[in-house]
Design a protein around this ligand. Structure first.
Ligand SMILES: Nc1ncnc2c1ncn2[C@@H]1O[C@H](COP(=O)(O)OP(=O)(O)OP(=O)(O)O)[C@@H](O)[C@H]1O
Ligand SMILES: O=C(O)C[C@@H](O)[C@H](O)C(=O)CO
Length: 332
């Protein structure tokens, strides 16, 4: 029965680093973007969604990032503050960069896509020297997401944050969060993803995301082979997600745990991964077993995919535990 240990006596449970942007989610469902006329605005971006989920569950959280010096940037910062997320390391851009926008298309519950506007976005302009070492030193976990590796100087900021984490005994969770439109080519992507994964203790990604990382060496790994590669580095848990078919977690002692999924009245699929990661991390940090934590993650995902937003739909602990006790859990 594997659990994972975290440093005690730190100010923050989890500090996330990466993109803060805006989701504009289609109000009219079951139709293509061309025919969608109105959208609702939410805070978005994978690490933002995950940290909001963790804060709703009661953890002490902070964010390291950069927002535009405009109405959208101010909206994001004040939303984080309202959610009790520390923003003292959320830097305001002074170069005229903009806030990334993600328009979501909900053609059917199975057919969702995201149309991104990410030219000259503030989040990718985070400088290494803007990352405050003391915030990371005072956290039990540093959460990073792959998109922040897509260009300089944000990429160097992530690697410096990883050095601070190592120096101060901070566990690193790497959510692969591969968004192809942010990257120039798969070689560059895979090289940086692999370097960041080497420095991470918990790695969570979909089968497709791990395939991307393996593609440059023409590897075709099974889930178990994929996970085993990272146990030669720092990894203590590797989770490979398979959408509605659940997920499998691997540990260095050869244990593997397959999770089921909760039945859900699916409205849209995006946000599944972020809600899963937040509730999984919450439960593992409470000393839960991997099996237990995966159940929390799956329940949170089932809640979020049945709602309109990602960030705003993140459940409280009561909502999550209600789902776990009354929801239908299908073992796969
Ligand atoms: N249709 C579904 N019904 C119930 N649970 C689901 C469904 N789809 C996904 N999930 C849950 O969400 C978890 C993560 O889903 P998925 O593998 O799609 O992540 P992802 O691709 O990172 O998500 P995202 O679309 O947010 O990027 C799954 O392991 C599962 O527990
Ligand atoms: O930035 C994105 O890629 C979109 C996110 O903001 C969105 O909330 C999402 O895709 C959740 O996983």
């Amino acid at each position: 029965m594997t659990t994972i240990s975290f440093s005690a006596d730190k100010i923050f449970d989890v500090v996330a680093l990466g993109r803060l942007c805006i989701d504009l989610n289609a109000n009219e469902f079951n139709r293509p973007m061309e025919e969608t006329m109105t959208f609702t605005k939410y805070v978005g971006g994978s690490p933002a969604n995950i940290i909001i989920g963790l804060s709703r569950l009661g953890l002490k959280t902070g964010f390291i990032g950069k927002v535009a010096d405009d109405q959208m940037g101010r909206y994001i910062k004040s939303y984080l503050e309202k959610e009790n997320i520390d923003t003292k390391n959320v830097v305001i851009d002074k170069t005229g960069a903009v806030t990334g926008l993600a328009f979501t298309e909900i053609k059917s519950p199975e057919e969702c896509s995201i149309l991104m506007y990410r030219d000259n976005v503030a989040d990718l302009l985070l400088e290494p020297l803007e990352v405050q070492e003391d915030i990371i030193a005072n956290a039990k976990v540093l959460l990073i997401s792959g998109t922040a590796l897509a260009s300089s100087p944000s990429k160097e900021a992530v690697f410096l944050a990883l050095e601070y984490a190592q120096l101060h005994d901070v566990k690193v969770l790497f959510d692969l969060d591969y968004r192809p439109y942010t990257w120039k080519n798969v070689y560059e992507t895979a090289v940086y993803y692999n370097l960041a994964a080497e420095k991470s203790h918990i790695i969570i990604g979909t089968r497709e995301e791990f395939n991307m990382m393996e593609s440059i060496l023409n590897e075709k790994c099974s889930d178990e082979e994929t996970a085993n590669k990272w146990f030669n580095h720092r990894a203590e848990i590797v989770i490979i997600k398979h959408g509605s078919k659940g997920s499998i977690a691997y540990t260095p002692n050869g244990e593997s745990v397959r999770s089921g999924v909760f039945e859900a009245d699916v409205l849209k699929t995006f946000g599944a991964g972020d809600s899963y990661a937040s509730a999984f991390l919450y439960r593992i940090m409470q000393g839960g077993t991997i099996e237990d934590a995966m159940k929390y993650g799956s329940a949170s995902a089932a809640i979020v995919i049945s709602k309109h937003s990602c960030s705003d739909a993140m459940p409280t602990l009561d909502e999550l535990e209600e789902k776990i006790s009354v929801g239908t859990y299908k073992q796969i």
